[in-house]
Write a protein that binds this ligand. Structure first.
Ligand SMILES: Cc1cc2nc3c(=O)[nH]c(=O)nc-3n(C[C@H](O)[C@H](O)[C@H](O)COP(=O)(O)OP(=O)(O)OC[C@H]3O[C@@H](n4cnc5c(N)ncnc54)[C@H](O)[C@@H]3O)c2cc1C
Length: 289
């Protein structure tokens, strides 16, 4: 199918894009890599009459060390950029590893971190990863800038805390604590590689081998990616022995209303959540060593 007719704008600055978004309101959609939006438009599940392409804006695609530590990643940064970045590999390795697991190289060459987060696909990989990394999201609109904690960002299926007039501008990732290891483990759809269940874990190990911090995000399991708070609590303060890891893995699905679809039943997703949480936690601990 072909899309409905739309007017196309290619602003060259964030402020111009914000002005266009404010002007056209609900009629407009931002276009990033287009790998989620264009298929929806072709199916006529989304019919914006105005498309605002962010691709011509210089300065929305970057990866830099942030003042005071951590990383600042522009929303238009592609998976391929994340995958290949030495800064990401050293500062937030789980982001590079997970980006390498998204779809295929063609999708990774165009799909963006910002597009993935703004789209909030329940099977997207990045939401779990940015939860585990405790990211903060920076938005722009004609009204100025706003910072949104990742814990407040994913609201429901395909729904985020972004206001209709806001552009996701930057993903701010705090520096990992010394002694941290991270990992992403997913059970992916064999055709698309979307996460049927994916778990990202950051685990901090102190000098005695005990867990001094844990941050775990789960995607694919329910309508939106979530923080596995009970699993984190089960790890922190533990000696990270098998019993503690198994308890954390078993708690990773607490509070999730599991999706049920052609790919997996709710019970199977619950099982996968525990299994993949255990794998991600064990790999994160190994990477901390
Ligand atoms: C064959 C195929 C396989 C895929 N497999 C996977 C997979 O294994 N794992 C995975 O995670 N994803 C997968 N995807 C999805 C892919 O990662 C998409 O690129 C991603 O979900 C959306 O990013 P995008 O840059 O293409 O955004 P777009 O499609 O351009 O936009 C998506 C939505 O976000 C909004 N948006 C985009 N950028 C911004 C912004 N800066 N501020 C505010 N709103 C914005 C748009 O208006 C739109 O509503 C797959 C896609 C395809 C086509």
């Amino acid at each position: 199918m072909v899309t409905s007719a739309f007017a196309y704008h290619a602003p060259t600055s964030v402020s111009e894009a914000a002005r266009l978004l404010a002007e056209h309101g609900d009629e407009a959609k931002l276009l990033a890599g287009g790998h989620s939006l264009i298929p929806l438009m072709k199916l006529r599940l989304s019919e914006p009459s105005v498309l605002i392409d962010l691709g011509k804006i210089e300065g929305m695609s970057y990866i830099r060390e942030a003042d005071g530590g951590g990383l600042a990643v522009g929303a238009m940064t592609t998976y391929a950029d994340l995958q290949r970045s030495d800064l990401v590999r050293s500062g937030a390795p789980v982001l590079a590893d997970a980006a390498a697991q998204v779809a295929d190289q063609q999708v990774r060459n165009l799909g963006t971190l910002g597009g993935s987060l703004a789209h909030a696909d329940p099977a997207g990989d990045m939401p779990a990863v940015v939860i585990a990394l405790n990211a903060e999201l920076v938005t722009s609109s004609t009204g100025g800038h706003r910072r949104i904690s990742i814990d407040d960002f994913f609201v429901d299926l395909l729904t985020t805390a972004l206001e209709p007039n806001e552009i996701l501008n930057e993903i701010s990732i705090p520096a990992l604590a010394a002694g941290s290891g991270s990992a992403y483990a997913k059970f992916g759809n064999k055709a698309s590689h979307y996460a049927i269940v994916g778990v990202a874990a950051v685990v901090t190990v102190d000098g005695s081998g005990n867990c001094s911090g844990a941050s775990i995000g789960v995607t694919g399991a329910g309508p939106t990616a979530v923080r596995a708070s009970d699993a984190e609590a089960a790890l922190v303060g533990s000696s990270l022995d098998d019993a503690a890891i198994d308890a954390a893995a078993g708690a990773a699905g607490n509070g999730i209303e599991f999706n049920e679809d052609v790919h997996a039943s709710a019970d199977y997703r619950a099982h996968l959540t525990s299994v993949y949480a255990g794998r991600a936690i064990r790999a994160a601990i190994a990477n901390a060593g």
